[in-house]
Design a protein around this ligand. Structure first.
Ligand SMILES: Nc1ncnc2c1ncn2[C@@H]1O[C@H](COP(=O)(O)OP(=O)(O)OP(=O)(O)O)[C@@H](O)[C@H]1O
Length: 307
């Protein structure tokens, strides 16, 4: 089931929380919605799940539109909202039965679905408890179970690992990855390692606009643009710095703090300085101890795009 978002805008008064965004997510993709606080992630998710109407634009799930078939769309989507609102006084099983009924699961199938969700979300040990007796991680699992109870084709998860401890984060990520094998998933996060670990594709949203769209590798190489090398030359650092700076392919030389003879070297656009640096060292009889390409970290890409 593909999701098509077309020219979506949401205004709160004068503020455009979502500003004319368009993208398409194909069946079976796990897409990470990444952005700083207030970027518009939750607003977009609320519109896709028909919890909120847009100011303009459309969302379609295959042939159904949020404007004409919101009930069909709600049935096709499982939604874990931000802050995972649950009825805390209810026992887990009763709560899941209640959500199954609301989602229109046939009466005869409800007990089976609850059993499946308990197993799938690792709730077996805790299933006899009330929700208010559960730890945050287990509450999150109940949130996921309620999102999946009607076996939707699409899952929308708003910050699914917020507030979890590192072990729980690993478990929930694994669960999402497994789910991604059979469902179309969108999850939001501001944790880069999270989207990188779980998603096939990343959409970066900033101030209501999509500022990047691609795999983590594509985003890195797009933002990299110019070659960045780290070199270590065993010779007089001042002489090395001057000579490297003078090479035709070099734009910038940056000595590394506290490490004599180590430099980051940025090449000019579309050029590589590797051979020139090597030849320079040979000519001067300097020992080139190390020369390696520096990889742009996803954190840097994110900062660059959302600053
Ligand atoms: N009900 C509302 N009324 C007015 N403004 C709102 C409302 N909900 C959200 N906003 C504003 O819209 C913008 C986008 O908010 P949204 O919750 O979509 O961002 P987000 O990317 O999910 O942020 P976070 O990571 O902090 O959850 C923010 O500036 C927010 O203050």
């Amino acid at each position: 089931m593909s999701i098509i978002v077309e020219n979506l805008t949401k205004k709160y008064g004068e503020q455009k929380a979502v500003n004319d965004i368009s993208f398409e997510i194909k069946t079976g993709e796990v897409v990470g919605f990444l952005g700083p606080n207030g970027a518009g992630k939750s607003t977009t998710m609320k519109i896709i799940t028909c919890f909120m109407a847009p100011s303009s634009g459309d969302v379609r799930l295959d042939d159904d539109s949020i404007h004409t078939n919101p009930e069909t769309i709600k049935r096709k989507i499982g939604y874990l909202p931000e802050n995972n609102p649950l009825y805390l006084d209810m026992p887990i099983i009763d709560y899941l039965r209640f959500t199954a009924e609301i989602q229109g699961v046939p009466k005869g199938a409800i007990a089976g679905r609850i059993g499946e969700m308990i197993e799938r979300c690792g709730l077996d040990r805790e299933k006899h408890k009330n929700i208010n007796e559960l730890s945050k991680g287990y509450r999150q699992r109940v949130g996921l179970a309620q999102a999946m109870i009607h076996d939707p084709e699409v899952l929308i998860l708003d910050e699914p690992t917020t507030g979890l401890d590192p072990n729980q984060i690993v478990e929930i990520r694994k669960l999402i990855k497994d789910l991604g094998k059979e469902k179309t998933v969108i999850l939001s996060s501001h944790i880069l390692s999270e989207v990188e670990a779980t998603c096939d594709r990343i959409l970066i949203i900033n101030r209501g606009r999509i500022v990047a769209d691609g795999t983590s590798d594509t985003l890195r190489s797009q933002s990299q643009g110019q070659e960045l090398l780290k070199i270590h030359v065993e010779a007089d650092p001042a002489k090395v710095e001057t000579a490297v700076r003078g090479l035709p392919s070099v734009e910038k030389v940056m000595p590394l703090d506290g490490k004599a003879g180590w430099f980051n070297v940025q090449s000019k656009p579309d050029l590589t300085s590797r051979k020139e640096i090597f030849d320079l060292c040979v000519q001067n009889k300097w020992y080139l101890m190390e020369m390696s390409g520096l990889e742009t970290r996803l954190e840097d890409v994110f900062q660059k795009l959302t600053k």
